[in-house]
Design a protein around this ligand. Structure first.
Ligand SMILES: Cc1cc2nc3c(=O)[nH]c(=O)nc-3n(C[C@H](O)[C@H](O)[C@H](O)COP(=O)(O)O)c2cc1C
Length: 324
């Protein structure tokens, strides 16, 4: 058994968090991850309704613990999403992509813990001072929207900065050795998105699943094109990592021209679900995703495998002592 705050205090079997992923991680995926001994999270998109959130929570039935992932920048326009999230009383709320300070005390008053995804030292400091319970060091190799510092340096920076808080690692983790690696560095767990996107319980369409299995680690791009074409107010410092396609080939780096070209919007609207044009958010760990499996199977493989891997690596120290 791996002992971190997630297993000792939160009661998880494995220190694995299923990342909130709007449009992909909904109740079936979250419940399955929780049922397998991790903690599943539901991603609440920037344009989601409170009805959607409530329906998702209803579907969780008795699956506990679980979390809801909110985007801070969207709460300014849709404060009702935070009200609905608080009323649902999840175990955890994540407040990412913006300053979480105005919202943390309300979560605590409802006895809900708060995780914040951070992307550099300053954001880590800001989230810690604002009272976050958990910091998630989200590296730039992560799928979906993210910052510009890679997981390896970022995790070290956040561990230095948040010495008194549990820190989770996000971005690029999709195997037992990846989970074991971040635990060995001092993370309390792994916050994993891309690897779960192909699971049967994820909302990913069949064509998307097959594409994700087919592509490699060099096939992703950090881009603003999909936000700009949908007229979403994502803060500029958080581009989204998606699978490259014909649309990114044509418009990445040409976003202003794109938004002034009506044919670009028409083309995008006409090809929803066609991944040669539409977006498929995924991180560089997509190069490690090579099969369709259930979320429960994946949690068990990652969690048990990390435990076994750490046991094997202890030999490195034992061998060293024996040879002295
Ligand atoms: C398809 C997809 C959608 C995502 N949507 C969200 C989201 O709605 N809210 C959020 O906080 N993070 C979102 N993320 C980022 C994840 O929370 C997480 O940081 C990331 O998946 C971790 O890196 P990995 O993809 O390499 O595992 C998304 C990631 C992916 C792949």
């Amino acid at each position: 058994m791996i002992h971190t705050v997630l297993t000792t205090d939160w009661g998880l079997r494995y220190p694995i968090i299923g990342a909130p992923m709007a449009g992909v991680a909904e109740a079936p995926l979250a419940a399955s991850i929780t049922g397998a001994g991790g903690l599943g999270m539901i991603g609440i998109g920037s344009t989601a309704s409170t009805d959607f959130l409530e329906r998702q929570v209803d579907q969780m039935q008795n699956a506990r613990p679980y979390g809801l992932g909110l985007m801070v920048w969207a709460l300014k326009k849709h404060p009702e999403l935070l009200d609905a999230a608080l009323a649902a009383k999840p175990t955890l709320i994540s407040l990412s992509f913006g300053d979480p300070a105005p919202y943390i005390a309300r979560c605590h008053r409802s006895s809900i813990r708060v995780a914040v995804q951070v992307h550099d030292r300053q954001e880590a400091r800001q989230a810690r001072e604002a009272g976050a319970d958990i910091l998630v060091a989200q590296g730039s190799e992560a799928g979906g929207h993210t910052g510009s510092v890679a997981t390896l340096p970022l995790l070290q920076i956040v561990l230095q900065e948040a010495f008194d808080l549990p820190v989770l690692a996000a971005g690029g983790i999709a195997t037992p050795m990846g989970v074991a690696g971040v635990l060995a560095m001092g993370a309390a767990g792994a916050w994993i998105g891309t690897a779960f996107t192909v699971c049967g319980e994820a909302r990913t369409q069949a064509a998307g699943r097959h594409r994700l299995i087919e592509v490699t680690e060099t096939d992703t791009i950090l881009t603003h094109v999909f936000d700009r074409i949908q007229d979403l107010d994502w803060p500029y410092e958080f581009p989204g990592r998606a699978i490259r396609n014909n649309f990114t080939a044509k418009w990445h780096g040409q976003e202003t021209i794109m938004t002034n070209t009506p044919e670009a919007s028409e083309e995008f609207a006409a090809h929803r679900g066609d991944y040669s044009v539409d977006y498929l958010y995924a991180g560089q760990a997509v190069g490690l995703v090579d099969r369709l499996r259930s979320a429960a199977d994946l949690v068990q493989w990652l969690g048990q495998g990390a435990e076994d891997y750490l046991h094997q690596r202890i030999d490195m120290l034992v061998g060293h002592r024996a040879s002295q």
